[in-house]
Write a protein that binds this ligand. Structure first.
Ligand code: URA
Ligand code: URA
Length: 254
């Protein structure tokens, strides 16, 4: 069978996954070695240890993009116009994570450029952030048909890409936009209502969940609570950047 260099990690990963499925975690490698191996293949590189030189991050992200931009791991690869990787400062301290590209994003190849994106830019401005200084990405890199919710298998195939982006960017705070992003990152089925208003953690990185901007367009009554959420996020961010424990920040009471 002929395959290119680029396909090798993909093929190996599929092979190892099959083997693990058939023989279980104890097959050939110990559980820890499986973790390291699969992590390395899924993320497209070794697990970075310690801080990454900010000057290297743009290059690492670009290399990673080149590696995954033709992804066909799930059927969305066939229907997409563009693979929507992410946009913003590779050394951003605040990272925003949405659900999946919509029509405009699919057409333009950039996250949050449609109506929800315009609103997101305003929300960012309201808490003194410029779009350019944060990093914006989605759980899924390709648009689901008719903007339906991501399927579990699509998330399973795509989420490792986001993990790798987070590993490179090393943000100090993550703002998850909407139920899908929050539940996916936190591996929970807890409702959005119960995820909002408190500090979570994603692999050691503080994380806050708020409404999805598209939900605000459909339900203007979500705008006020979102305002409290993002003010909270700003305060938590400021605390983290000042070296103060973010747990001490209380949610602003209406
Ligand atoms: N909605 C999302 O979740 N992400 C986008 O990029 C655009 C709309
Ligand atoms: N449903 C979602 O998926 N996101 C929201 O922000 C609100 C409702």
């Amino acid at each position: 069978m002929a395959f290119s260099q680029e396909q090798l990690p993909e093929l190996l990963l599929r092979y190892f996954r099959q083997q693990r499925e058939i023989f279980g975690d104890g097959f050939v490698l110990s559980r820890e070695k499986w973790e390291v191996l699969l992590h390395s293949l899924e993320r497209g590189g070794p697990v970075p240890a310690g801080p990454i030189d900010p000057k290297k991050k743009a290059e690492l992200l670009h290399q990673f993009y080149e590696q995954i931009k033709n992804c066909q791991r799930c059927p969305l690869g066939e229907t997409r116009i563009n693979f929507v990787f992410g946009v913003g400062d590779p050394d951003a301290k605040l990272m925003l994570i949405g659900e999946a590209p919509g029509k405009d994003e699919d057409e333009q190849g950039e996250p949050f450029v449609g109506r929800a994106g315009q609103l997101l830019n305003k929300i960012l401005k309201a808490i003194q952030f410029e779009r350019e200084e944060v990093y914006i990405a989605n759980i899924l890199k390709c648009r689901p048909p008719n903007n339906r919710d991501p399927l579990p298998d699509e998330v399973a195939q795509c989420e490792p890409y986001l993990h790798r982006q987070i590993e490179i960017i090393q943000p100090k705070l993550i703002l998850a936009l909407g139920r899908v992003a929050g539940q996916t990152l936190l591996k929970t089925k807890t409702s959005l209502a119960n995820l909002r208003g408190r500090l979570h953690e994603y692999r050691g990185i503080p994380l806050i969940v708020t409404f999805h901007p598209a939900a605000l367009l459909r339900n203007p009554q979500f705008k006020r609570p979102t305002w409290y959420d993002v003010q909270y996020a700003r305060k938590v961010y400021d605390a983290i950047m000042a070296g103060r424990p973010p747990e001490t920040i209380s949610y602003p009471s209406p």
